[in-house]
Design a protein around this ligand. Sequence first.
Ligand SMILES: [Zn+2]
Length: 422
Amino acid sequence: MEKLESYDMELDTTTQTARLLIDIWAEPSKQNPHADVLVAPEFLTKFRSLLTSAEISTLKVLEGDIQSQINAERRAMIHNAIRRRKRALKTWSDFDANVYHSYEEMTEFMRLLSEQKPDMVEMIKVATSSEGRSIYGVKIHPPGPSTPEKPSIIVDAGVHAREWIAPAVALFMIKKIVHEYGINPQVTANLQKFDWYIMPQVNPDGYEYSRTNDRLWRKTRSKNVTVNRWCVGADANRNWGYRWGTVTQKNLERKKVFLGEAGANRTPCSNIYMGSHPYSEPEIRGLKEYFTWQITNPMVYISLHSYGQLLLSPWGYTNERTENYQDQQNAAKEAAQAIKNTTGVSYSYGTISEMMYPASGTSIDFMQHRGVPYIYGVELRPTDNPNSFAFNLPPMFIKATGDEMMAALNAIGTHAVKMKRL
Ligand SMILES: [Zn+2]
């Protein structure tokens, strides 16, 4: 994988554009010891010879034409957008959580919700993106004034632009919590114990770019004016300051030949570029400030990604275990069981570095360092099996994925209450 990452970009010096030659979609993990890799047609011969020289003999073509999946998704989106435009959103409960929305539509939903449910929902502004979009979230609490120092559950989504199911699930959960409070006993109990902070779209520039220009865009859209002018953006989940760049540094110390390394990358063109310095991305800087100063008693932190059906806990930057490793794994086990009971789907769990690969500069390492007891980077549906749609998961799966994630969070909340005796 590390070797492959080093080939991930080709620079066309005449047009000054960069084209991905190879894009790693899913890294090998413990239960799925294979990688999903998107290969540009002109790189296929080289790719095959690289595999041969690495003595990798099993190669399976999962999907010969990714563009046709993207085109089909686009047609459905345009159709839906036309249908929705006929009827402007009047109440928050009319919001259709079962489609992929634009940044504007997400914002409008949160605004309406906070206006129409002011006793429960407060709209919060967390940051401003490189291109000037406001990054919003909601704080949800039981009706009435919110209690200071109440423990909280924090959910963010959309860190990686192309992982569309993540913001969709976050929005689904917002609607479900408000809608089912007082009706669903589990939802009600959890909201009484915890305040919820949900930020459904923390990389709006990247997300909009993935909707309009490049469906497989992953990074932010910041301009690298000094380092490299034709490669845009950084990996927002390699940009956090705690142990930023450690993995790369370690590899450099071991005098690895290749510039690109798994975990984080110093080349601005890479899909896992960690940024020019810690918190170089205004989105991440804003999140860090908000998490540090505005949320007084964080108990659970979840960052939603796709795909692979995994609950990943810290550390990312090292193979060492955290001091509360066992408790985090116990909660993850209960969450995986709750998912299974809800939709029958299997999620695996473990630390990032033991399940997959080391990664430094992630939000979950930051949160662990901050002392948050329960932390999971969640890789939502699908699994990395053939014909599973990868990032182009059809919107018909939003509800089930949202329901199972809600069940997982309820289980983690219940576990936290049990262990911490809240
Ligand atoms: Zn991701």
